[in-house]
Design a binder for this molecule. Structure first.
Ligand SMILES: Nc1ncnc2c1ncn2[C@@H]1O[C@H](COP(=O)(O)OP(=O)(O)OP(=O)(O)O)[C@@H](O)[C@H]1O
Ligand SMILES: [Mg+2]
Length: 240
């Protein structure tokens, strides 16, 4: 880890162990993960397919129970929270962007983006107003009443990003956000995540296979054999 960093860690994970199954079919996927994600940074997480990247994201989000270890998110010990409080905490502090967008097909773009606000009991009118403003920020101000099927892949991922950001989450978690997109659209999505997704008090973690987008990150962590084997700063033009 970079000892010269002064930013506080938004996420501090220590000794995470996670297995699936039992007996002969048991597979230990995470074998002692140590990872800090600093405030204000965009951390890329890479590693081989089946290596446990999605499992780690689910653990960091408190969606998946871990077998061993500790995860603090913004100083809160995630795994000590009872399930209900954990869900509320997640809704207030985290946003997700999935590889396959995961939009609700019967809802318009604005309604999809409003969902996290409606879950937090924001009134419908206000939630839709916020949602439309967020869609405007991701360049979809003229598509707010479209259904997902009438949007391009890149536009659908923009809706998913707007949905992930509408609660102003302190932690934005993206699982291969460009994997279903062509190279050019993937670049545009990463530019958007840097522009709209980053802020000094927000941390972004992005799992990716896509070497074409590596230069967008601040640091890169490698997950191999169930451990984080290295974390390096990524040199970027003008910021290195
Ligand atoms: N619910 C589950 N039950 C049993 N095994 C699981 C479960 N979820 C994940 N696994 C196993 O854990 C391993 C890691 O899966 P995971 O989805 O985290 O990998 P990944 O690094 O995200 O892979 P990819 O790059 O292909 O998305 C795989 O071998 C998978 O079969
Ligand atoms: Mg995965």
């Amino acid at each position: 880890m970079d000892e010269t960093r002064t930013q506080p860690a938004a996420v501090r994970a220590r000794g995470i162990v996670k297995s699936f199954g039992s007996g002969d079919t048991q597979v230990t996927v995470l074998r002692g993960i140590d990872l800090d994600i600093y405030q204000g940074e965009m951390l890329l997480l890479v590693g081989e397919s089946g290596g446990g990247k999605t499992t780690l994201l689910s653990a960091l989000a408190g969606i998946l129970d871990i077998d061993e270890g500790h995860i603090d998110v913004l100083g809160i010990p995630l795994n000590d929270l009872p399930a209900g409080k954990r869900t509320t905490f997640r809704g207030q502090t985290m946003g997700f962007v999935y590889q396959q967008f995961n939009l609700l097909p019967a809802l318009t773009a604005a309604e999809n983006v409003a969902v996290p606000l409606l879950i937090q009991k924001t009134g419908r009118h206000e939630a839709l107003q916020h949602a439309r403003a967020m869609l405007d920020r991701v360049g979809l101000g003229d598509r707010t009443e479209f259904l997902p099927k009438n949007l391009s892949g890149g536009q659908q991922q923009r809706v998913a990003i707007a949905r992930a950001l509408v609660n102003e989450p302190r932690l934005l978690i993206c699982d291969e956000p460009t994997a279903a997109l062509d190279g050019h659209t993937g670049q545009k999505i990463m530019e958007l995540l840097r522009e709209v997704g980053r802020s000094p008090d927000r941390s972004v973690i992005i799992v990716t296979h896509d070497s074409r987008i590596f230069h967008f990150g601040d640091r890169m962590a490698h997950l191999t054999d169930g451990r984080i084997v290295s974390i390096e700063p990524i040199a970027r033009e003008g910021t290195a």
